[in-house]
Design a protein around this ligand. Structure first.
Ligand code: CP
Length: 307
């Protein structure tokens, strides 16, 4: 393996995606090793995070590497006016790999242009979240036994939710049918619907989170309304609680249905769903450790499965 950045899910083809899923399974069976001995990874989080940062850092620690970084840009020289370019160039002097989250769409791609060190995009604005997509794919594969021919219902903030954008693009290899359930203000953006049309992906759009939709789904992917992306807080207040999943809504759903959510959740999944065996969002977050171990080793050109 040569070292490689992961900025968009479209950076990897089907073969590489399936190999990353194999690697994720390998790391689930072998989470602790020393294969990153001597390597240093930076986690630069210009936006808040719990799961993504902590699972990336755990992934490095469990593989014997070391981590530097920050979780609050206000504690860095960014607050004195240092540019993203200068920050990336400086940190590149210290580490072998940079994992970064930034509020600006395209920030991770820009970072690849100012450093030769690999960059992993841990979320750039409303654009992409490719490591989340790899853990979502791994979760879908583990629970359904396949990625092929599934009906996936995406609910909530499909406009600003970067995880649904990345997942939609990744599924192009696996003949999915999508249901997009959102209010008029938070519909799936036109560019992603065009992507579906261009790639022969079936999709239905509705504002109604109906029993028919729930009962025909293999995966329901709930999302949080992304308050931080709204310029008008009154609009956020109007739409934030329009879609809420309750346990009773799952009574006639498929026995194999799984509920996913990238988390954090606010009100969109009632806590009465948590004990339903169809709820998988906490295990999904757990799978993030193994998927990110796979992504980190790919980025550094290390392949424990290589013959
Ligand atoms: N899913 C996700 O990106 O969670 P965090 O914002 O906590 O990293």
């Amino acid at each position: 393996m040569t070292s490689k950045s992961l900025v968009s899910i479209s950076d990897i083809d089907k073969e590489e995606m399936l190999h990353l899923l194999e690697l994720s399974r390998y790391f689930e069976e072998n989470p602790n090793s020393k294969i990153l001995d001597g390597r240093v990874v930076a986690t630069l989080f210009f936006e808040p995070s719990t799961r993504t940062r902590l699972s990336f850092e755990t992934a490095v620690n469990r593989l014997g590497g070391r981590v530097i970084g920050f979780s609050d840009a206000n504690s860095t020289s960014t607050s004195k006016g240092e540019t993203l370019k200068d920050t990336i160039k400086m940190v590149s002097n210290y580490v072998d790999l940079i994992v970064m989250r930034h509020h600006l769409e395209g920030a991770a791609r820009y970072a690849t242009e100012v450093t030769s060190k690999p960059i992993i995009n841990a979320g750039d604005g409303a654009n992409q979240h490719p490591s989340q997509t790899m853990l979502d794919l791994y979760s879908i594969y583990k629970t359904q036994g396949t990625l092929e021919n599934l009906t996936i219902t995406m609910v909530g903030d499909l406009k600003y939710g970067r995880t649904v954008h990345s997942l939609l693009m990744a599924m192009r290899y696996f003949n999915p049918t999508f249901n997009f359930i959102a209010c008029d203000e938070l519909q799936m953006p036109a560019e992603y619907k065009k992507f579906c049309i261009d790639n022969g992906i079936r999709f239905n759009e509705s504002t109604d989170f109906s029993a028919d939709v729930i009962n025909s789904s293999d995966i329901i992917y709930m999302t949080r309304v992304q308050r931080e992306r709204f310029t008008d807080i009154m609009e956020y207040e109007r739409v934030k609680d329009l879609y809420r999943l309750h346990n009773s809504m799952l009574d006639n759903s498929k026995p194999t249905l799984k509920i996913l959510h990238p988390l954090p959740r606010v009100n969109e999944i009632d806590q009465d769903v948590d004990d339903n065996p169809k709820a998988y969002y906490f295990q999904q977050a757990g799978n993030g450790l193994f998927a990110r171990q796979a992504i980190i080793t790919r980025a550094l050109g290390i392949d424990p499965l290589a013959k």
